[in-house]
Design a protein around this ligand. Structure first.
Ligand SMILES: NC(=O)c1ccc[n+]([C@@H]2O[C@H](COP(=O)([O-])OP(=O)(O)OC[C@H]3O[C@@H](n4cnc5c(N)ncnc54)[C@H](OP(=O)(O)O)[C@@H]3O)[C@@H](O)[C@H]2O)c1
Length: 324
């Protein structure tokens, strides 16, 4: 495992573990996964040197935090624990109460990173950061983070907090590269961190899904990325991943992860449906791609032009109606 070169009280692994899947109905992994495989994934992640574990109060409406906390047990104190608040009513007393509730579900004395899950379009960050500051003062929260923030709003959040907002957790993968233009350079130049979510494009970049094998769970059935036309359009990216992977005896998913964490200020938090996937994802931390490999992958990604916008949303909606 490689770790981030950044000043924090605990070290942060370049590959972390995302746990939206834990106890969430929308992923459709079932009860055995929630009650047994999820724990096995966490325990194996610890053995392999993963220190970054990411959850949120909204995942499975608290179940993810509970499952993760129970699986970590006494190891909670030695890992870098990250959770998130959904800022629906983000006044300071509510933020404080929600932080305490998350820590209780996790069984944690401290949240190493408490993130605002998404910007509230109607309330400025000064409001939520008052609550965050209070949580930092009590010692319950160490670092504050944001998620799905633009650079402008990330900086505004830092102004409101009065100290660094360590990280911005955003969608980043070979099929979603927007953070490269501003968030990643900002993080790199200022000792901040970009946490890449959906680094495998929710499994698309494993190469496992195509026209004849479309995923059925709710998360992906409702995603425009998995429309038959987009699966077809992604074939070039998958083929390049496969080529690079073959030359290194690796898998397309591992190459996609290695690509996503190639910048020193970026870590990725792939989810996993099995211990085998987790093991494979962790091994990707040790793959350092050559410039030529990065260029080939980036070029294939530039050529990927998915169908999006209202037309794509309409197609997803009509598929949903047909499934009923
Ligand atoms: N802040 C936010 O707004 C936000 C949004 C989304 C996610 N997140 C966080 O980011 C984490 C990761 O994102 P994500 O779960 O959306 O997408 P992801 O990590 O790109 O994809 C995870 C899925 O990919 C498949 N997979 C994982 N490892 C694999 C491997 N080695 N080989 C083949 N397939 C593999 C699994 O699905 P199958 O086995 O079923 O194919 C797994 O459930 C989440 O758990 C969550 O913590 C945050």
């Amino acid at each position: 495992m490689r770790y981030l070169n950044i000043q924090t009280t605990k070290k942060i692994s370049k590959i972390g573990l995302g746990t939206w899947q834990f106890g969430s109905r929308e992923w459709g992994y079932g009860q055995d996964y929630a009650s047994s495989e999820a724990r096995a994934i966490v325990r194996r992640a610890l053995e392999l040197g993963v220190t970054l574990f990411d959850t949120a109060e909204i995942y499975g409406f608290g179940r993810s935090e509970r499952i993760l906390g129970q699986a970590l047990g006494e190891d909670l104190d030695s890992i870098f624990l990250a959770t998130k608040i959904l800022p629906v009513w983000p006044i300071a007393p509510v933020v404080q109460q929600r932080g305490v509730a998350s820590a209780d579900r996790l069984g944690a004395r401290k949240l190493d990173l408490y993130q605002v899950h998404a910007p509230n379009p109607a309330v400025r960050d000064g409001t939520i950061m008052r609550g965050m500051r209070a949580l930092q003062r009590t010692g319950l929260v160490d670092e504050v983070g944001v998620s799905n923030y633009s650079l402008k709003r990330w900086r505004a959040a830092e102004g409101a907090l009065g100290t660094r907002v360590l990280s911005n957790q955003v969608q980043y993968s070979l099929v979603h590269r927007a953070p490269e233009s501003d968030l990643v350079p900002y993080a790199q130049e200022n000792g901040r961190l970009v946490i890449a979510y959906s680094p495998l494009a929710q499994g698309l970049l494993s190469g496992r899904y195509h026209q004849d094998n479309r995923p059925t769970n709710r998360v992906r059935a409702n995603s425009t990325l998995f429309l038959p036309e987009n699966l077809e359009r992604a074939a070039g990216v998958i083929a390049t991943l496969q080529e690079v992977a073959d030359a290194r005896a690796a898998t397309p998913a591992q190459i996609a992860l290695a690509w996503s964490i190639r910048n020193p200020a970026v870590v990725a938090i792939p989810g996993a449906s099995s211990v085998e996937q987790l093991e494979s994802n962790v091994a990707a931390a040790d793959i350092e791609l050559s410039d030529a490999e990065v260029s080939a992958l980036s070029l294939a990604s530039d050529r990927f032009q998915p169908v999006k916008g209202p037309a794509a949303v309409r197609q997803v909606a009509s598929q949903r109606l047909r499934r009923r």
